[in-house]
Write a protein that binds this ligand. Structure first.
Ligand code: SDX
Length: 425
């Protein structure tokens, strides 16, 4: 596979080291550094800024060009022409489904949306005001206690049924988390409804009244899930891969991904954006917050801005902004004050040298929260929505790794602690 070579000269190592260089179909070449351990050397790359931890065929991101491809298809085209479950199939299987394959996949997912009745008892151990992500970590991990019939990760059929169960049950569990927090009974999924419709049905309908779900809001929900479906080797996906490399079962691995996603620097940013916009409160305060974001002595950062990979624009943010306009128009909320603050903030920040120089632009989290709030979803639920949408990506990467010649992930370190010393006599 080595197309080229890199030569490394290291002080103290007599001969030059020749390292294989591999060329992908897209993106930077990679230098295979595995032979360095034999020379008593490690590479050093905190935060994995320049490290390819794996080979993958699922998603490609070009941060400078603002490109996001799922199995080669641009996110803008999938958002316009595909839907969430079709994109799930694409991520899992590598190709778009034909008509029969799509119908079978959608039917399979619909027939796995219910959760075991015993699982509903897990919720009673949580306080009603527990953070929804805390409950999601618990109940998704607990799924592994219910599927002893399909936890052999080396059995392809077990991997497929686990993928179907996770994609099908995440919205059911997410809605249960919300219902539990407001003291309403859990709503059963309805097989005649589409994925986005079903989620909103389980979130907002009650046994006393089942309102028809707005097709525009159902489509917006479907698109929000689609825009979050996968994103290459981000922190939570890398967590799922690392957990999976130990042989842990898929439900435990996805629970580890949910835990990693919770952080405000990652999936928790959508919740943090809404809290920031509410804290700004009025357009007249924007300059103060911009100054805080630029102040090195102030830990405050502009939530929803910046990205490890995108240094131009996040293509998902553009589609999310279009969806935001559609939803607010549908709800007659075009004058939403938070949207006005967000748009003014985006304008000021993207014209400010500090943000331009550092390639800081709105990311996927900047507008999603405004849509979710408009739909009636509480802020604390935003990252649960993100986790639900990201599930096919997590499980596709887990499956890609388990299907390959993988090894347990075990990074090394630069040790700067004490040398060997004896316990005082
Ligand atoms: C997601 O990886 C993925 O793909 C993630 C994701 C996915 O789909 O899985 O895309 C989802 O996590 C999107 C990001 C959501 N997070 C936020 O919106 C939180 C705010 N953003 C920052 O915390 C930050 O931008 C990160 C964490 C997103 C990226 O951090 P990096 O790549 O480590 O960048 P950095 O911290 O090294 O910042 C580079 C410079 C620094 O200034 P200098 O030291 O060079 O002077 O930019 C500054 C930072 O201080 N900076 C910001 C900033 N983000 C970076 N300054 C103010 N506000 C910000 N938001």
């Amino acid at each position: 596979m080595a197309d080229k070579k890199a030569t490394l000269k290291v002080d103290g190592v007599e001969e030059s080291l020749e390292l294989p260089v591999y060329e992908g179909t897209l993106g930077p070449d990679v230098i295979d550094v595995r032979s360095l351990t034999g020379k008593g050397l490690f590479t050093y790359d905190p935060g994995f800024m320049a490290t390819a931890a794996t080979e993958s065929k699922i998603t490609y991101i070009d941060g400078a060009a603002g490109v996001l491809l799922h199995r080669g298809y641009p996110i803008e085209q999938l958002a316009e022409k595909s839907d969430y479950l079709e994109t799930c199939y694409l991520l899992l299987h590598g190709e778009l489904p034909n008509k029969e394959e799509k119908e079978e996949f959608v039917s399979t997912i619909k027939n796995h949306t219910m959760v075991h009745e015993q699982l509903s008892h897990f919720f009673n151990g949580f306080r009603r005001d527990a953070h929804p992500m805390a409950i999601m970590c618990g109940v998704v991990g607990a799924l592994s206690a219910f599927y002893h019939d399909s936890l052999d990760i080396h059995d392809e059929n077990h991997r497929v049924i686990s993928a179907h169960r996770l994609i099908a049950k995440m919205p059911t569990l997410a809605a249960m988390v919300y219902k539990y927090s407001i003291g309403q009974p859990f709503m059963f999924p309805r097989n005649e409804l589409s994925y986005g419709e079903n989620f909103l049905h389980m979130m907002f309908n009650t046994p006393c009244e089942e309102k028809k779900i707005s097709p525009i809001l159902a489509k917006a929900m479907d698109r929000i899930f689609l825009l979050h479906a996968d994103h290459e080797q981000n922190a939570s996906t890398s967590t799922v891969r690392l957990a999976g490399s130990t042989g842990a079962n898929p439900f435990a691995c996805i629970a580890s991904g949910i835990a990693a996603l919770w952080g405000p620097a990652h999936g928790g940013a959508n919740e943090a954006v809404l809290k920031m916009l509410n804290e700004i409160g009025d357009e007249s305060n924007i300059d103060t917050f911009i100054a805080k974001a630029k102040d090195k002595d102030d830990p405050f950062r502009l939530m929803g801005f910046g990205h490890r990979v995108y240094k131009n624009f996040d293509p998902r943010a553009k589609v999310m902004k279009q969806t935001c306009d559609e939803v607010l128009a549908e709800l007659g909320m075009e004058d939403d004050p938070l949207l006005k603050i967000a748009m003014k903030l985006e304008k000021i920040a993207t014209e400010d040298e500090y943000f331009i120089k550092r390639g800081l632009y709105p990311n996927v989290d900047f507008y999603s929260g405004i849509i979710l709030k408009a739909i009636g979803i509480p802020t604390e639920m935003f990252t649960v929505i993100f986790a639900t949408g990201r599930t096919p990506g997590w499980i596709a990467h887990w499956n890609e790794m388990i299907s390959s010649d993988y090894r347990i992930g075990r990074p090394r370190q630069l040790y700067t602690g004490h040398k060997k010393r004896d316990y005082p006599a």
